[in-house]
Design a protein around this ligand. Structure first.
Ligand code: CDP
Length: 219
């Protein structure tokens, strides 16, 4: 069983994906973290995330065995890393290098301790369209840019980090633009995706709506 969750930045994909993974006892992969890890590696090397050769080298250097440890790095959550991620994500050879890894996880999902799971939840931008076009359930989670910026703002404030709403909104709009207009695997709902607009929902309501959909669709 594969559940694919796509959508723009800060739409609540991650929270929904984790809640569903817990509910069904499936393994979860936040594919954005893969792109973030590549962006982070390029920044750490003092290079430009738009540099095709550097970004591709970083993407190819991934060792699936150590993936959990790499993806745990808290620095991956920074906004600067998110922006670098969306720059490396435009490069087709970077996407290509990360594709098999994601498909392998979907086919043979495993938990953090290495134990195999009977299902997978993957969240990202192109899971339902490119990575797992045959996923059993597909969600496209979205919300207005203003609502998403407000959520990021509150997340940063709660974490005691500096937060500037206008800058966050500008970054989100820029990232939406880049993610939606790139030639390879752009952000868009799969034709058979269930679109969940969470602008007026909290995390619990979005989770409930997703469970209701799965119950009806897979009854
Ligand atoms: O958490 P947030 O929604 O801000 O972003 P993320 O899911 O961590 O992804 C960071 C960036 O990676 C996105 O802006 C996309 O450009 C890219 N990405 C992608 O291209 N394809 C994916 N499957 C996942 C992420």
């Amino acid at each position: 069983m594969i559940i694919a969750i796509d959508g723009p930045a800060a739409a609540g994909k991650g929270t929904l994906a984790q809640n569903l993974a817990k509910h069904f006892k499936y393994a979860f992969l936040d594919t954005g973290r893969l792109y973030r890890a590549v962006g982070y590696a390029v920044l750490q090397a003092g290079k430009d995330p738009s540099d095709e050769a550097e970004a591709t080298k970083a993407a190819k250097a991934f060792d699936p065995k150590t993936i959990n440890a790499i993806l745990k790095n808290p620095a991956l959550r920074d906004e600067a890393t998110g922006n670098a991620a969306s720059k490396v994500a435009v490069i087709p050879s970077v996407r290509e290098a990360l594709l098999q890894l994601q498909r392998d996880f979907a086919e043979h999902p495993f938990f953090e301790d290495g134990e195999p799971a009977k299902g997978a939840v993957l969240d990202g931008r192109d899971i339902g369209t490119v990575v797992c076009p045959k996923a059993d359930v597909k969600f496209f989670v979205t919300a207005s840019a203003e609502v998403r910026a407000d959520r990021r703002f509150k997340e940063l404030q709660d974490a005691g980090k500096p937060a500037d709403y206008d800058k966050i909104l500008k970054d989100i709009k820029e990232r939406d633009e880049r993610d939606s207009n790139r030639a390879t695997a752009p952000l868009k709902p799969a034709e058979d995706a269930y679109v969940l607009d969470t602008s007026k929902m909290n995390a619990v309501q979005a989770y409930q709506a997703a469970l209701d959909f799965i119950a009806i669709d897979h009854a």
